[in-house]
Design a protein around this ligand. Structure first.
Ligand SMILES: [Zn+2]
Length: 377
């Protein structure tokens, strides 16, 4: 396949199969909630884009591929290969014959990356959920149970747990299959392991992890006044008048021309903000928070926003990636401290920020592989 050698994605191309007769797919798997005439449920879809294409055109609507939409019930683990994946498996095994002028060409397909949110990835990889034991498919963090007063599983900070390799994952599958018990969070075989390296090719996307994940959670916390346990005012709490003042400043911000969306009030529209509005706040509005958040919270937030910004650049130097790794490590380490947000808030999405630097090292900038287009459909 002809690839334009643009620096934005040259690193990505080098990680996949660069053969001319191969199309490398970025797959996206998700469930969309619906509500109709009193009924509600989810429609599960697998869609994809051609990873070999330049990021500027890769996510255009006309270049997307729909593989299937599943019914409205939640699929059981690993159901895909049994019922729905026959034609996809045929495509992966046999490819497709196409005519270019008089010439017949046999095109092969490979999985470059797979994106799935925290609800969908356990279905894809046949593993425990994010809040189950060993629920992170990227590493062997065992999770910790705490009483909040309800029982809750959290990812206390540690950089000591091993990263899962393909071999470790495959061994866990073998043990789980032979003992019929969950082993290291793995329940058994995943159909996708035939065509991709699990977990390396599982991609953590910034839309779910940050814009509608950790950042949205943090900004919601800044609206919460009391902790449940001790009824003391949260140290990070911004009262209504502060929030109103912040919003008045925010709507006066003028963004660079390439940003079309007008900035709405952040706190007033919090439940309705789009992912790219959260992105704009992280990208451009961090200094505004300096006069609102206490110093420790502002510095912590600034470290997080800077790390993300560094990892979303078009070209990321080794020094920038090292700085981003250190800042993100600091962010995760401090997040659960009793003088910050506390262990109770150390959830899966906060934890996986520790895996971002390795992902950037392997696949390049976080901003060029996103599911903005899929989520908007
Ligand atoms: Zn992990």
């Amino acid at each position: 396949m002809l690839r334009e050698k643009n620096e934005n994605y040259i690193q990505l191309c080098e990680k996949c199969d660069p053969s001319d007769d191969v199309i490398n797919l970025i797959l996206w798997f998700d469930g969309s909630a619906f509500r109709k005439t009193g009924k509600s449920g989810k429609i599960w879809s697998m869609m994809g884009m051609v990873g070999d294409l330049n990021p500027n055109i890769r996510s255009k609507l006309e270049n997307l591929v729909t593989f299937f939409h599943l019914g409205t019930s939640l699929p059981k683990n690993n159901l895909f290969c049994e019922k729905y994946m026959e034609s996809f498996e045929n495509l992966m095994n046999n490819g497709l014959e196409i005519l270019i002028g008089p010439k017949k060409i046999q095109i092969k397909f490979k999985i470059m990356l797979l994106i799935a949110d925290s609800v969908a990835y356990p279905k894809v990889f046949n593993c425990n959920q994010y809040n189950g034991f060993f629920g992170c498919i990227k590493c062997l963090h065992p999770v910790k149970s705490i009483k909040t007063p309800k029982q809750k599983r959290v990812y206390n900070y540690s950089d000591q747990y091993p990263i899962r390799s393909k071999i470790m994952y495959e061994n866990a599958v073998k043990v789980a299959e032979s003992t019929k018990n969950v082993f290291e969070g793995i329940k058994g075989y995943s159909w996708f392991s035939k065509f991709m390296n699990i977990p390396e090719q599982f991609y953590l996307d910034i839309l779910h992890i940050d814009f509608h994940g950790t950042f949205e959670t943090m900004i919601n916390k800044w609206k919460k006044d009391y902790k449940n346990e001790n009824k003391k005012l949260n140290k990070f709490y911004l009262n209504p008048s502060k929030r109103e003042l912040f919003d008045q400043m925010v709507i006066k911000v003028r963004y660079p021309n390439e940003i079309k969306r007008h900035q709405r009030e952040v706190f007033e529209n919090l439940g309705d903000l789009k992912a790219n509005e959260f992105r704009n706040v992280i990208y451009y509005l961090v200094p505004l928070f300096k006069d609102f958040l206490k110093d420790t919270y502002f510095l912590h937030f600034a470290a997080y926003a800077t790390a993300l910004r560094l990892m979303c650049q078009i070209k990321i130097s080794k020094d920038d990636l090292r700085d981003a790794f250190l800042l993100m490590d600091y962010f995760v380490k401090r997040f659960g401290h009793k003088n910050m947000y506390g262990l109770v808030n150390m959830d899966y999405k906060v934890h996986v920020h520790l895996h971002y630097a390795m992902q950037v090292l392997n696949y390049g900038s976080l901003i060029y592989i996103t599911c903005f287009i899929f989520e908007g459909m």
